[in-house]
Design a protein around this ligand. Structure first.
Ligand SMILES: [Zn+2]
Length: 115
């Protein structure tokens, strides 16, 4: 029993809130063609596709088709990463990339309620 309680403490205290970045994935932010701010979750294990250079992994590629929840316009974002998950390039069709602070300013800072 004591061990289980200790494990529960570890999991519940692992900080699921915060910067929005974890080992499971991370967020990026875009504006749709109409200018609405959208936060997009990237799941590292399901959204990142290995980008092979010959027989070795040269990096990862992320392609996201985003539908704006407000105006339903579509945006397509493509981001490439190297093997260390450092971003190497990004492209977007329709809309544009923004950063977290611009998203929070545009949404009234409600991106992380609570605290
Ligand atoms: Zn929109």
């Amino acid at each position: 029993m004591g061990i289980l309680d200790a494990l529960k403490g570890i999991f519940s205290g692992s900080g699921s809130s915060g910067s929005g970045e974890s080992s499971a994935g991370f967020f990026f932010y875009v504006r749709c063609p109409s200018g609405h701010p959208i936060r997009v979750w990237v799941n590292r294990s399901s959204d990142l596709v290995q980008d092979f250079e010959g027989d070795t992994i040269g990096g990862y590629m992320l392609t996201k088709h985003i539908v704006c929840p407000r105006c339903y316009k579509k945006t397509r974002a493509e981001i490439r990463y190297d093997r260390g998950f450092r971003e190497t390039s990004r492209e977007i069709d329709n809309g544009r990339f923004i950063d977290a602070s611009e998203y929070e300013a545009a949404t009234g800072g409600s991106a992380s309620p609570g605290a």
